[in-house]
Design a protein around this ligand. Structure first.
Ligand SMILES: Nc1ncnc2c1ncn2[C@@H]1O[C@H](COP(=O)(O)OP(=O)(O)O)[C@@H](O)[C@H]1O
Ligand SMILES: C[C@@](O)(CCOP(=O)(O)O)CC(=O)O
Ligand SMILES: [Mg+2]
Length: 388
């Protein structure tokens, strides 16, 4: 028996960082996924929990007895009640992760491994299994790999519990029902907290529900775009860590130093996100109105980028992408935590394919990697039997 879940990555069209401080943000799922597969030991004597992270070529194995000993305070698992990892459990889990000697160059992965251990033991308890994770997403680049990792794991784990309804006879990928999605999203948020420190919840929510959402203070509004939206995603390949950008060096510290100024910045972002959502939601019956709306979106993206710069999360590589796309009269903004990572560029409907090819060629000549993301699409899905 094998259970496989997949959860999409995301782009944030407007409002990253400010959303952590209570502003509205708009995000959409993209057709790049993280997959989590759980299978059970065949050998009777295999009493261990194994985690294989294929993208980073790392494998971990813990004897179940060792996990039980470290997390003896946990009690019976309660998959229907998402629970935060206590300070005491954080310490015990860190000890379990430290014992695995992750190479220094890959130490950023330790938080993901900790999130895995918390989700696994809280939802499934102390049972042996092998969990394999693979992803289409670049890790740590602003496309929400951490959230899709937590959503895919929560989905696969919950599918094996009594807390959700899954149709074991269904062939191929299937979606969860509404109450199950809420439970799964809340669990994924607990994992995302371990990776990010202080997440807003937008990434796990859009990965869970898919399509496009407006998000503010933990509440989501689903939105359906009334216009075609094509985005070029440029990965600067400059690595960074969301936790550090959210909490440490930049936004939160700047907010402490300049609370009034930053509250105006966050309010401006809130208005930009609401305006952006209204434009996307209003009907566009012909090419002229689509072009008008695209011009307004471009302006809002540029304004949002200016405010992200103001928050201190831009980067020289991001500025290079902005300058390059501007040469072709295209508007761009960073997406996700910034500090490197990915940049979004709106590709207007009437833009010729030749211009798109030229801008991509110029960006790639700078060492960046471009992709055109399909926006929207399903959120998390499950496949029992693992044939897909
Ligand atoms: N496929 C994966 N395999 C292992 N760890 C992952 C995977 N996807 C995400 N992670 C965890 O999430 C972290 C990256 O999250 P983050 O810094 O928030 O960037 P982003 O969410 O933009 O990709 C990684 O360092 C790792 O801990
Ligand atoms: C910066 C932030 O708004 C988005 C982070 O996205 P990512 O981890 O960089 O993909 C943080 C959050 O909302 O939790
Ligand atoms: Mg993340």
């Amino acid at each position: 028996m094998e259970v496989k879940a997949r959860a999409p990555g995301k782009i944030i069209l407007s409002g990253e960082h400010a959303v952590v401080h209570g502003s509205t943000a708009v995000a959409a799922s993209i057709d790049l996924y993280t997959y989590a597969t759980i299978s059970f030991p065949t050998a009777e004597n295999d009493d261990s929990l194994k985690l294989q992270l294929k993208d980073v070529a790392l494998e971990f194995s813990w004897p179940i007895g060792r996990i039980k000993e470290a997390l003896s305070n946990l009690g019976a698992p309660s998959s229907s009640t998402p629970t935060s990892c206590s300070i005491e459990s954080v310490k015990s889990i860190s000890a379990l992760v430290d014992e695995q000697n992750i190479p220094e160059a890959k130490i950023a992965l330790a938080s993901g491994v900790s999130a895995f251990l918390w989700l696994y033991t809280s939802i499934r308890g102390f049972k042996p299994a092998t969990v394999v994770v693979t992803s289409d997403l670049p890790l740590g680049s602003g496309l929400g790999s951490s959230a899709s990792f937590c959503v895919a794991l929560s989905a696969a784990l919950l599918a094996l519990s009594d807390s959700v309804n899954v149709d074991a006879q269904h062939q191929g990928w299937s979606m969860f029902g509404e109450p199950d999605l809420e439970l799964l999203n809340n669990w994924a948020f607990e994992g995302e907290k371990i990776i990010h420190g202080k997440p807003s919840g937008i990434d796990n929510t859009v990965s869970t529900y898919g399509n496009m959402i407006k998000f503010r203070s933990g509440n989501l509004t689903r939105i359906t775009s009334k216009m075609p939206l094509k985005m070029l995603v440029t990965n600067t390949k400059v690595g960074r860590n969301t936790k550090a950008l959210v909490a440490g060096v930049s936004v939160s510290e700047r907010t402490l130093r300049h609370p009034n100024a930053m509250s105006f910045v966050f309010n401006a972002v809130d208005s930009i996100s609401n305006d952006l959502a209204n434009i996307i939601l209003s009907p566009a019956p012909d090419d002229v109105s689509i072009t008008e709306k695209e011009e307004k979106l471009e302006e809002l993206m540029e304004m949002n980028q200016g405010l992200l710069q103001c928050m201190g999360v831009s980067h020289a590589s991001i500025e290079t992408v902005l300058r390059t796309t501007l040469k072709y009269k295209l508007a761009s903004k960073l997406t996700g935590a910034g500090g490197g990572g990915c940049v979004l560029t709106l590709l207007p409907t009437l833009l010729s394919g030749t211009v798109v090819d030229k801008v991509i060629a110029e960006l790639e000549s700078c060492g960046f990697q471009c992709l055109i993301a399909r926006i929207g699409g399903n959120g998390v899905e499950i496949c029992i039997g693992g044939s897909s």
